[in-house]
Design a protein around this ligand. Structure first.
Ligand code: 9GP
Length: 822
């Protein structure tokens, strides 16, 4: 419990805030206003630690990491901040006394959804761990005006609604105009010979520019007074519209700069694992990178004179290819502004930048047409051309005459700038995000690079923060664990292994199952309120929540539900254990197949949920607007964790870890981090099925997969597929799901039918589902399995991942912070 927290002072401050912010007394305030007032009070507490942390950083001058990411999927801040300040219970009590329910107040906060899915949420978990472990870290990103869209389901279809998350203001952020930076786009580069330095100077002219204004968001470490900063950049026009622009004749330019600023931070691109290739996206990337790199250099120069040693105090972690333009921007500043020679600048850059690859999906690897790139970023393009020229020379030196290598590895080739190649050529570290993924990178996708520079490649299996996903999300289970083994697991998750001894203890089993039941009740209530569907909390809650993507195979899941429904209808006498299949997923707005799948799930749900003849044995629920805040309710209430991607396609997954932590066994393929989950918990405590990554890759490389054979030889599969086109789930409309059917069976142009091997895995999935049912019927066996999952999740804390990044890549200095008034 936080010693600095004084209940009476807190209550007074909340009332005071309501007064100054809204000219109201506390009993007149709306819940949103109370939320704001509480948050400002909490921010006051945070500010002291924030200041204290800055003082320590100034004094000790530790090496710091800049975690550069287009996405930070933070979710809500209030509850998490209170948890990390160890003031949650005290604030709850204080609010109770004031007649408010903290949960209800927390619900007033919009999610900060500045991210799409796993990649953005990982960044958020990493910031939590960095602060908790006492490392100096900055998150660098964009303050999108509109975050991830809100999803509405209308008539079974997804509708996207803008996420105006800032409409009531963000009480936790601080605007820092004094650190604004100018970012330039377009124009041309004039070369001028400088007699003094005897070097060419490169001067960008005729450009448009915007002012980048930083907003700082505090990242509170757990119970250690460390508060780091997530710095997100807003854009403002440099020439505020000026009347005299008419006279100067640059009216047009003033308007253009105004528009540039307005558009640049307007909205997050809603694509997950797929890049859009839009000009505005490249502008966003350069915008926040240029501002962040300028700020990093400025900070360094406040204390140090030799820019050649920059890498001793700072490192840039590039979260996927999105921020890789940082490499060229750092080179530009070092060459053009700091006056370094190419080799010197290159040494600094290649000792500063490290790259994380998060996917092998080809459509996610960014490539920019050189026409667009050079027009928008003329100087940056020149620098990348030079990096490429030198890199190609190295390839030539290593593999003389091997044009194939050059073609495959060049940074600029075929009219495109390949950002992953740039990141690998310039980065001092290239990491994958789970063992299997890293092996696939080394042996398949990035094989040529691995052969040329094996020393750069390493693995950092992802992790999650137990503070948000157990301590905050599942208070009942968290206290139960603490009652048994103490609370060290909060900052040392492997301690949770001590719970293993309770796996076979009848009393503990019962307590665990009771807690799960309570959490299922909580979710059932949410479902009733949001979907109007009654679900039976005693049924098996079988859950697949994640972005909607073909490779994640929500389609396999729903086809299997259709198959189960057929079985129940055919054999009403069957003793079928009641099941609730819960889905939550957003589809990128332009991703047609994904949206059709959402419609299919809802249509199947409509038919099944309204069929009285099956006595509620089967329910299908699609949770609207899946996001961090409702995810917390969902993980806590899940019995089964569906992780059923086509093997080799899911780089890691992190949802899988959140389910495990909350005691839900994995039903999954040997893909991503599932492999390591099974290693930790044992195959007997998971339900594994399907093709292996090797088998999938073998089919992909050598052919030989014929989905039609499954259709022809398996009556269950044929029947389910026919139901896609016989109107059964579409009020007789035979075309509604035709495209899905075609995608599974008909080869069109270059696409192989059933790209993601759904039919190949269908029967082994159904078999694994039978095993789930069998296991669940045996309550003791199930409870044991679930407890063992929770107790084996120690490896998957982001604290472990961050320690590995620190020890093996970043080499940061550890700091401790004392409270200001202590
Ligand atoms: O698809 C991966 C997901 O498997 C992984 O857990 C996450 C964090 O590493 O990154 C996702 N990748 C992307 O979103 C795009 O590269």
């Amino acid at each position: 419990m936080n010693k600095n927290f004084k209940k009476e002072e807190f209550k007074k401050s909340v009332a005071e805030n309501v007064k100054t912010l809204y000219r109201k007394t506390i009993d007149e305030a709306t819940p949103q206003q109370v939320f704001q007032a509480v948050s400002y009070t909490v921010k006051d507490v945070i500010i002291d630690d924030w200041l204290a942390t800055q003082k320590v950083y100034e004094k000790e001058d530790p090496k710091m990491v800049y975690y550069m990411s287009m996405e930070f999927l933070m979710g809500r801040a209030l509850g998490n901040n209170l948890i990390n300040l160890t003031a949650y219970e005290a604030v709850k009590e204080a609010l109770d006394e004031m007649g408010f329910d903290l949960n209800m107040i927390e619900d007033q906060e919009p999610d900060a959804a500045l991210g799409n899915g796993g990649l953005g949420r990982l960044a958020a978990c990493f910031l939590d761990s960095l602060a908790t472990l006492g490392y100096c870290a900055y998150g660098c990103g964009i303050r999108y005006r509109y975050g991830m869209f809100k999803q509405k389901i209308e008539n079974g279809y997804q509708i996207e609604v803008p996420d105006n998350w800032l409409k009531d203001g963000n009480p936790f952020e601080l605007r820092r105009p004094e650190y604004a930076k100018e970012v330039k786009f377009g124009g041309y580069v004039r070369v001028e010979y400088d007699e003094k330095t005897r070097r060419n100077k490169f001067i960008q002219e005729g450009y448009q520019s915007v002012r980048a204004i930083p907003y700082d968001i505090p990242i509170v470490g757990y119970n250690n007074h460390v508060v780091n900063t997530l710095r997100v950049w807003d854009a403002e026009a440099i020439n505020d519209f000026q009347l005299d622009s008419f006279d100067k004749g640059d009216y047009q330019k003033a308007v253009e700069q105004e528009n540039l600023a307005k558009n640049i931070v307007e909205v997050l691109y809603p694509n997950d694992n797929h890049y859009a290739g839009k000009e505005l996206r490249l502008k966003q990337q350069y915008f926040f990178i240029s501002a962040s790199v300028q700020a990093a250099i400025e900070k360094y120069k406040k204390k140090h004179t030799d820019i050649r040693k920059f890498y001793e105090k700072a490192t840039f972690q590039l979260n996927d290819t999105h921020p890789t333009v940082a490499i060229a921007e750092l080179m530009r500043i070092l060459l053009d502004e700091e006056g370094l020679e190419w080799d010197e600048a290159w040494e600094v850059t290649t000792k500063t930048c490290a790259y994380t690859n998060h996917t092998i999906m080809a459509e996610a690897l960014e490539k920019w047409p050189i026409e667009l790139f050079s027009r928008l970023l003329p100087r940056i393009y020149q620098i990348i051309e030079e990096i490429n020229r030198r890199f190609v020379n190295e390839i030539e030196k290593k593999y003389p005459g091997n044009h194939e290598k050059m073609r495959k590895m060049a940074i600029i080739y075929d009219g495109q700038v390949k950002m992953a190649h740039l990141a690998i050529a310039a980065g001092y570290s290239v990491n994958g995000v789970a063992q299997l993924h890293t092996e696939i990178l080394k042996n398949q996708e990035l094989k040529d690079f691995y052969q040329m520079m094996p020393e750069k490649f390493n693995n950092k299996t992802n992790g999650i923060t137990q503070r948000r996903f157990l301590l905050h999300a599942n208070p009942l289970l968290a206290s139960w664990v603490t009652d048994h083994i103490g609370d060290e697991w909060i900052t040392d998750l492997p301690q949770i292994a001590k719970m293993k001894i309770y796996a076979e203890d009848k009393k503990a089993q019962q307590e665990f199952m009771n807690i799960k039941y309570q959490n299922k009740l909580r979710l059932a209530k949410y479902i009733k309120e949001h979907n109007g569907i009654d679900v039976d909390p005693r049924s098996i809650f079988d859950v697949q929540v994640k972005r909607l993507h073909e490779y994640k195979r929500q389609l396999l899941n729903i086809l299997h539900v259709m198959y189960l429904y057929n079985k129940i209808k055919d054999h009403p006498e069957l003793d079928f254990y009641p099941r609730t299949f819960i889905f939550g997923a957003k589809a990128a707005a332009g991703y047609k197949r994904a949206k059709q799948t959402i419609k299919l799930i809802n249509s199947v749900g409509d038919v099944i949920n309204n069929d009285r003849s099956i006595n509620g044995k089967l329910k299908v629920v699609f949770i609207e607007d899946y996001r961090v805040s409702n995810a917390e309710l969902i993980f806590a209430a899940s019995d089964v964790s569906e992780q059923i991607s086509t093997a080799s396609k899911e780089a890691s997954g992190t949802g899988n870890m959140k389910f495990m932590l909350n005691g839900a066994p994995t039903l999954g393929t040997m893909d991503g981090a599932n492999v390591e989950i099974v290693q930790e918990v044992g195959e007997e405590n998971a339900f594994i099925f399907g093709l292996t990554a090797d088998e999938v890759i073998n089919f992909e490389n050598n052919g030989g997969y014929y989905p039609m054979e499954y259709f022809n030889s398996d009556q269950d599969i044929r029947r389910v597929l026919m139901q896609l086109i016989n109107g059964e789930y579409s009020n007789g409309d035979m075309n509604m799901f035709r495209e899905i059917y075609d995608s599974l069976l008909n080869t069109k142009s270059s696409d192989r039918a059933d790209t993601y091997f759904i039919l190949a895995d269908f029967k082994s999935y159904a078999k694994a589902q039978e095993e789930v049912e069998k296991a669940y019927r045996d309550e003791e066996r199930w409870a044991k399995m679930a407890i063992l999952n929770m107790a084996s999740s120690g490896k998957f804390t982001a604290d472990r991942t961050i320690k590995q990044y620190v020890d093996e890549i970043w080499h940061l200095d550890h700091v401790t912070v004392e409270a200001l008034n202590s």
